[in-house]
Design a protein around this ligand. Structure first.
Ligand SMILES: *Cc1c(COP(=O)(O)O)cnc(C)c1O
Length: 230
C-alpha cells in the first residue's frame, strides 16, 4: 500500500473514533483536535498524513522535531511540543512550536515567554501529574492552581489549559475518573484565579473515547494513527 493510501485509511479510522465519541458525548466533532504524535515516524509518512488532512503534529524530542520541520517547511502543519522541556532548550522550543504542552515549572514558562521572538506567543499547557506518579513529569495536583496563576501573570503569556499522561488503565470507568479529575481541576483553577483556560490535552491511542467523554479538546494519537514506531 502507498503511504498515501495507508495515511488515508488510518486517518479515517481515528477520525471516526473521534466522531463517534463526540456523538456519544453530545459534542461537536470539531471541538476535538487530533494531534498526530509523530515521534520516531518519518517526515515522508507525516507528509502523507498531512496530504490526507492531518493539521497538527506533536513531537517529543527537540532535535528530531527540528529535523522534521526542516523537511516539511512547505506544509502548514501546526507543531506541538509534547515532550519534557529542558530549560536550556526553551529558546528553540519557544520559536519552533505553536503549542507547548509540558510546562511544569514557572521558570520554564518564564523563559519561553521571554525567548519568544515571534509575533504570536506559543500557547502553553501545564502538565499535571494527575496520578501522582514518581516516574512522571508534571506539577502535583494540589500545586496546579497556584502555578497557573503565576504563569498567567507573566507579561504576554498565553496559558490555555492542561495536559496529562495518566497511568495506563484498561477499564474505561477508571480512565474516565482520571480525566474527570483533570476537567474539574481546570474549572476549579479558572474559578479560583479568574482564568479562562479551555483546553484539555488528554487521550492517546488507548483512551481517546474516555478522554472525549470527559471533555478532552486535543487527543494525541501515535500508534493507532501512524502505526508502530520505528
Ligand atoms: C507517544 C505519545 C503519545 C501517543 O501515544 P500512543 O499510545 O502511541 O497513541 C501521546 N502523548 C505523548 C506525550 C507521547 O509521548
Amino acid at each position: 500500500m502507498s503511504n498515501h493510501d495507508y495515511a488515508s485509511q488510518q486517518l479515517s479510522k481515528v477520525l471516526s473514533r473521534i466522531h463517534n465519541a463526540c456523538t456519544e458525548a453530545n459534542r461537536e466533532s470539531h471541538s476535538v483536535r487530533l494531534i498526530g504524535a509523530s515521534k520516531r515516524q518519518t517526515p515522508d509518512l507525516i507528509r502523507a498524513f498531512y496530504d490526507c488532512g492531518l493539521k497538527h503534529t506533536g513531537e517529543n524530542y527537540l532535535q528530531e522535531a527540528l529535523d522534521k520541520q526542516a523537511e516539511l517547511t512547505d506544509t502548514r502543519l501546526e507543531w506541538h511540543f509534547i515532550g519534557q522541556i529542558q530549560s536550556n532548550k526553551t529558546k528553540l522550543i519557544a520559536n519552533h512550536f505553536a503549542w507547548i504542552h509540558g510546562i511544569d515549572r514557572l521558570k520554564i514558562a518564564r523563559r519561553i515567554v521571554q525567548h519568544n521572538e515571534r509575533e504570536q506567543q506559543p500557547k502553553l499547557l501545564v502538565q499535571i501529574n494527575i496520578d501522582d506518579e514518581d516516574s512522571k513529569a508534571g506539577v502535583a495536583y494540589s500545586e496546579a492552581p497556584d502555578l497557573c496563576a503565576q504563569i498567567a501573570n507573566l507579561d504576554g503569556a498565553q496559558l490555555v489549559g492542561f495536559m496529562l499522561i495518566p497511568k495506563a488503565q484498561t477499564d474505561s470507568h477508571a480512565q474516565r475518573a482520571t480525566f474527570a479529575k483533570a476537567r474539574e481541576l481546570l474549572s476549579l483553577t479558572n474559578q479560583r484565579h479568574g482564568l479562562g483556560m479551555n483546553e484539555l490535552s488528554m487521550g492517546m491511542s488507548n483512551d481517546v473515547e474516555s478522554a472525549i467523554a470527559e471533555g478532552s479538546t486535543m487527543v494525541r494519537v501515535g500508534t493507532d494513527l501512524f502505526g508502530a514506531r520505528q
